[in-house]
Each structure stands twice: as C-alpha cells, then as structure tokens.
Design a protein around this ligand. Structure first.
Ligand code: CA
Length: 229
C-alpha cells in the first residue's frame, strides 16, 4: 500500500508540483488548500505524513501543528517562506519532524519526506541502543562501550538525548553549552557535533543518533543509518 501524504499548500501550482513528484515517488498524495479543513481530514484519513505550509487561509500552520499534536504523532514537515523563521518555529517546540524553506526543489522535498517516513516506521527503529550518561564523571557509554567524549561533546549529547526527537536550534544548543555567553561560532558547534557523530559511529556504525536538521538545528533520535537519497 502506498503511503498517504497530505500536502497542505494554498499555492495551487506548488501543490500540484509536489503532488506529481510524490506520485512519481510511489506515494499517495492528497492536497488541501485551507487550514480549516486539515484537522478533520487528518482524523478521518490518517495520513502517514503531513507537509504543512505555515501561511494558509483559514488557520495557520503553527496552530494546525499544535492541534494535531494533541491527538496524533503523525510525522509533520513544516514549510516556511523564510529561513529565519525556522529558528522561531524551533523555539515554539511544535513537535514537527523537519523544516523546509521555500523556494525548494521538489526533488529535495520528496527526499526529506522519504527520510522522515523511514524514521517513523517502527521496523526501522533499532531497539538495541543503550545510552548511559554518567553526569558525575562526564562519561558516556553506548551499548557498554565508552564513547570517550570531551566535556563539550558530553554536554551536547546530554542535552540532545534528554528529549529524543526534539529539535534544538543552534542558539538553544549554545545557550545550554556555554551559559557564560561566551561567543562561539556556529561552526564550533558544528565541528563538535561532527566529532560526536564520529565517535558514535565508531561504536554503532549501523545507527544514527545525532542528526542535523535543515542546517538550523540538531536532534537525538535512534534510527537505522539511512541510505543516501
Ligand atoms: Ca502559503
């Protein structure tokens, strides 16, 4: 059975374009152009994923996302017109699974849709991840292997792993890791993340735990290392 994708988009040409790419990718797309119709449709049709535009007639994407999250864990990808907006959205903790900024290539959108679907499917979730964080000794172990993290890497992992699935923006990460307001660049955090991922991969190459989200943030979630889209 093809997976059902709800595309909520009020620009008809964009909605058609996404729908046609989704069909070609073997998905079953449905389009809605008004925010007011979404909640009912989702309850009735139970889509496998929602591609949700932020600015919509009737009801905006933020409100819709909040309402859906009260009753459903269906994967949601938020679509915004401005990249700066993503930081604000992350701060709202909507529980969206990914963020995409317009203009986008439909091909990239479908690749992300598939990546989120892959993560969401239960058989892809490895159950064999046991992460232990010893806050007193700053020691982290994964499936009983010491990760040998630096203090910053340990703090990063502690923060992200405290709420699996939650996306933290770079600013949020920096505030937590450097509470003394030391000025660090985005690149510094990125390079710590990169090293952290490398150390995790050394222990569990088949699992990805620390993820970059649309280059604005990070999250911790265990899933099978994905094939490249
Ligand atoms: Ca719109």
């Amino acid at each position: 059975m093809p997976q059902k994708i709800l595309i909520v988009e009020d620009e008809p040409r964009l909605a058609d374009l996404l729908a046609s790419y989704a069909s070609q990718a073997g998905l079953e797309p449905h389009c809605l152009n008004n925010g007011l119709e979404v909640q009912l449709w989702v309850e009735r049709e139970r889509p496998d994923l929602i591609l949700l535009d932020l600015m919509l007639p009737g009801k905006d994407g933020v409100t819709i996302c909040r309402e859906i999250r009260r009753t459903s864990e269906v994967p949601i990808i938020m679509v915004t017109a401005r990249v700066e907006e993503i930081d604000r959205l992350l701060g709202l903790e909507l529980g969206a699974d990914d963020y995409i900024c317009k203009p986008f290539s439909p091909r990239e959108v479908i690749a992300r849709v598939k990546a989120v679907l892959r993560r969401a499917s239960p058989q892809q979730r490895p159950s064999s991840v046991e992460l232990v964080l010893d806050q007193e000794r700053y020691k982290a172990s994964l499936n009983h292997h010491d990760l040998e993290l630096t203090a910053v890497e340990f703090q990063l992992l502690t923060l992200l792993a405290s709420k699996p699935g939650r996306i933290y923006s770079r600013d949020q990460v920096m505030d937590q890791i450097y509470p003394d307001q030391r000025v660090v660049s985005d690149r510094t955090i990125d390079s710590h993340i990169k090293k952290l991922r490398k150390k995790i991969a050394r222990v569990l190459p088949e699992v990805e735990l620390v993820h970059s989200v649309y280059s604005v943030g990070y999250k911790y979630e265990a899933y099978q290392a994905a094939e490249k889209p």
